[in-house]
Design a protein around this ligand. Structure first.
Ligand SMILES: Cc1cc2nc3c(=O)[nH]c(=O)nc-3n(C[C@H](O)[C@H](O)[C@H](O)COP(=O)(O)OP(=O)(O)OC[C@H]3O[C@@H](n4cnc5c(N)ncnc54)[C@H](O)[C@@H]3O)c2cc1C
Ligand SMILES: *[C@@H]1O[C@H](CO)[C@@H](O)[C@H](O)[C@H]1NC(C)=O
Ligand SMILES: *[C@@H]1O[C@H](CO)[C@@H](O)[C@H](O)[C@H]1NC(C)=O
Ligand SMILES: *[C@@H]1O[C@H](CO)[C@@H](O)[C@H](O)[C@H]1NC(C)=O
Ligand SMILES: *[C@@H]1O[C@H](CO)[C@@H](O)[C@H](O)[C@H]1NC(C)=O
Ligand SMILES: *[C@@H]1O[C@H](CO)[C@@H](O)[C@H](O)[C@H]1NC(C)=O
Length: 625
């Protein structure tokens, strides 16, 4: 298939086009998208992964006095998933003046195509972070580092993410709310519904919203093999259900945040409808560098654009919504963080708090690929795939052919799942950008798992460990806001190797799935060669899998908890149940970083919920409801 072709082939038939994105899918032609793709891939082939912010921002004169950008009621740092909700809701009544600072750019017709998502990580829509070299995971990735994309765009990571809609389990929210009043399931469910406009194949009544700004659909790509996955689940006694409804443990086609097959980002859902309000100012291509604090009260933000330094003041509050990596970064740069780390870097300590000390992510092991004898799933041309997309269906309406999912819990009935099985199916060349460019698996490892599948249609279950015990950290590298922070995902580090043992059990379970009558009917076979680093172990033995897990396990970009919410006596907490930073007035954090532990979710729906709830908390406090 042409669209998945690696860089140099594309360059051969490259022509340069001047593109004027219009955000009007139905009005555009197949040729328009073909040209867009070629131009984008040409950029991708030249893109160098940044190691700091200096390609985008500079501080020409550190000592220069900042230019005054004026006074606002609220300043929001980051127009990501949560920041976009706040930008909209805090300007709804017209009573408050709001400034939003966003480092990235606006989305376009290319980012709208779900099937192009894996390319976006090789572009300036991505900050381009990587973990530091790892010891117990990511060993089979380039330089033993895992890629850790984060969206740099109005809309944040929702402009580059996979759009999968999984809210989290009732038990997760009961646990969250147990020590943080107002965050239990009964309190948060109305906010999930408020954000949502769902059009699903089937849904549990009472759980979904139909008038909200975020469009949620049942995945529109429907290859026949998805039925085999669902059949195999039934053969194992699993239920087919609405996993965002009454019970989560069971199987289903994916619910995803698309509208007629195109990406529904936070920008589309929340920024576009509010953009022209006179009381809302959004600045893009801006780097917020410091929260201004006097007498333990936040009163403004310093930021930079085009070499110039600015400051704006907030009479009511500063709200940090920079996401799980950048929110801890700007807090620490402003003197809010672990005392010893700040002192070591020469940053005056304003408040000693455990910022960045609890970096949680889900774990995936995306190396279980099974061959089939399916021959009736045609590989189409790029133009044909685009034509399907323009008609609201087909491969390009989803990311990496992900079409269905299962949630497994030891008890199965009405309980919190421990693992998620994400199902995909494709030809191997279609999967290449995901493994090689997105995850940055080394060529040798990629060859070992895919060469035996050459030319064949395969399926895979990507297992997700939903409640791993291991935690990592986000730390500052230096006190310079242009330096990237240090990300340590630290998977499988918890004592006793519990996470790894749990993943080992999951691998065996996935092999059991491959032996169900449904999957046998297409001759599902595990054909991978041993990973080069693991040839000392008996192939497919427990020791082999332990080795393979260290090679190809990956933090699935669901990071949370770096500015953790918790009660005052919780020494790991950074914000309280009103999202207020402990010890500082006029400062809240609202984004994925406040989520106190990994939920049985993909985080975007929960982050929308945090944004909506934050807006209500703030408006209540300032008498604007
Ligand atoms: C590739 C990928 C795939 C994913 N797939 C899914 C999925 O399928 N489903 C799902 O639910 N979740 C998915 N996620 C996770 C999800 O996108 C994030 O959890 C979610 O976007 C977090 O929202 P947020 O508001 O915390 O941060 P973000 O959405 O990341 O927004 C933060 C924003 O702040 C801006 N910013 C940061 N610092 C500054 C600064 N100093 N100055 C100015 N601006 C700043 C950033 O540029 C960004 O726009 C995925 C993530 C990635 C990267
Ligand atoms: C390619 O990069 C150039 C320069 O950064 C940019 O102007 C152009 O819009 C990019 N093209 C696409 C399709 O993203
Ligand atoms: C930097 O700013 C300071 C203060 O405004 C000024 O005195 C100095 O000349 C500036 N330096 C440069 C190189 O512009
Ligand atoms: C989806 O888009 C196609 C092509 O423009 C159109 O025919 C169809 O009516 C749309 N469906 C919905 C639900 O909007
Ligand atoms: C695929 O393999 C299965 C199991 O060996 C067999 O029953 C089936 O007929 C085969 N189908 C095709 C199309 O070859
Ligand atoms: C099933 O697939 C395997 C691996 O490709 C192959 O060796 C075997 O011959 C196939 N069996 C049948 C019955 O097609």
């Amino acid at each position: 298939m042409r669209i998945m072709i690696v860089k140099n082939k594309i360059l051969c038939f490259l022509t340069l086009f001047i593109l004027i994105p219009t955000n009007n899918v139905s009005g555009q032609s197949v040729e328009y998208y073909e040209e867009l793709l070629e131009a984008f891939l040409a950029n991708v082939s030249q893109w160098e992964q940044p190691t700091d912010s200096r390609r985008f921002f500079s501080l020409c004169n550190e000592t220069a006095k900042p230019i005054d950008h004026g006074q606002y009621d609220f300043i929001i740092v980051g127009a990501g998933v949560a920041g976009s909700v706040l930008a909209n809701r805090l300007t709804e009544s017209g009573k408050c003046k709001v400034l939003v600072l966003e480092a990235g750019q606006y989305e376009n017709d290319f980012t709208d195509v779900p099937g192009f998502a894996t390319y976006l990580v090789n572009s300036d829509f991505n900050w381009g972070y990587k973990t530091i070299p790892q010891k117990t995971s990511c060993l089979g990735m380039k330089n033993q580092q895992c890629n850790y994309p984060r969206g740099k765009a109005v809309g944040g990571s929702s402009v580059i993410n996979f759009m999968i809609y999984v809210r989290g389990n009732k038990e997760d929210f009961e646990r969250w709310g147990h020590r943080n009043p107002g965050w239990d399931y009964k309190s948060v469910l109305p906010y999930f519904r408020k954000t949502e406009n769902s059009i699903l194949d089937f849904e549990d009544p009472g759980y979904h919203g139909h008038g909200g700004p975020v469009s949620v659909e049942t995945a529109r790509y429907r290859p026949s093999i998805t039925k085999i996955f669902l059949e195999s689940a039934q053969q194992r006694g699993r239920e087919i259900l609405d996993y965002n409804g009454r019970d989560q443990s069971g199987y289903s086609r994916f619910q995803i945040m698309t509208k007629n097959g195109t990406r529904c980002s936070a920008s589309k859902a929340y920024i576009q409808p509010a953009k022209n309000r006179p009381n809302l100012e959004i600045l893009d291509h801006i780097l917020g560098t410091k929260i201004l604090i006097r007498d333990k009260k936040a009163y403004g933000v310093e930021f930079t654009r085009n070499c110039r330094k600015y400051r704006a003041t907030a009479s009511k509050e500063v709200i940090v919504s920079g996401g799980v990596v950048n929110s801890p970064q700007i807090l620490m740069l402003s003197g809010i963080g672990p005392r010893d780390q700040l002192e070591r870097l020469g940053i005056p300590v304003v408040e000693d708090l455990p910022v960045g000390e609890d970096f949680h992510d889900h774990v995936i092991f995306p190396a279980l690929l099974f061959s089939t004898n399916i021959t009736n799933e045609p590989e189409l041309s790029t133009g044909e795939y685009i034509s399907q997309y323009l008609n609201g269906h087909g491969l390009l309406t989803v990311v990496i052919s992900l079409t269905a999912v299962g949630f497994e819990s030891p008890k199965m009935i009405l309980s919190n799942p421990r693992s998620e099985y994400a199902f995909l199916s494709a030809y191997t060349d279609q999967a290449a950008p995901f493994y090689l460019n997105f995850m940055q698996v080394t060529q040798q490892n990629y060859d070992a798992i895919t060469q035996p599948l050459a030319g064949k249609y395969f399926w895979s279950i990507i297992p997700v460990l939903l409640h791993p015990r291991s935690t990592g950290t986000i730390k500052l590298k230096t006190r310079d806001p242009l330096d990237y922070p240090l990300l340590d995902s630290n998977l499988y580090s918890a004592r006793y190797g519990d996470d790894m043992k749990e993943m080992l059990k999951i691998i065996k379970d996935i092999f059991d799935i491959s032996r169900t009558p449904a999957f046998r009917s297409i001759n599902s076979t595990y054909v991978s060669e041993p990973l080069p680093a693991c040839t000392d172990y008996k192939f497919l033995s427990d020791d082999y899998w332990m080795c393979a897990l260290k090679q190809l396990s990956y933090p699935v970009l669901h990071g949370v908890s770096t500015c953790k919410m918790g009660p005052k006596d919780d020494r790991t907490a950074v914000v309280d149940n009103k999202l207020k930073v402990y010890g500082i007035k006029g400062l809240r954090v609202a984004d994925a970083s406040v989520i106190p532990f990994p939920l049985s979710c993909h985080p975007t729906p929960a982050v929308y919920m945090v944004g909506e709830k934050a807006s209500d908390l703030i408006r209540q406090e300032h008498g604007d409801l």
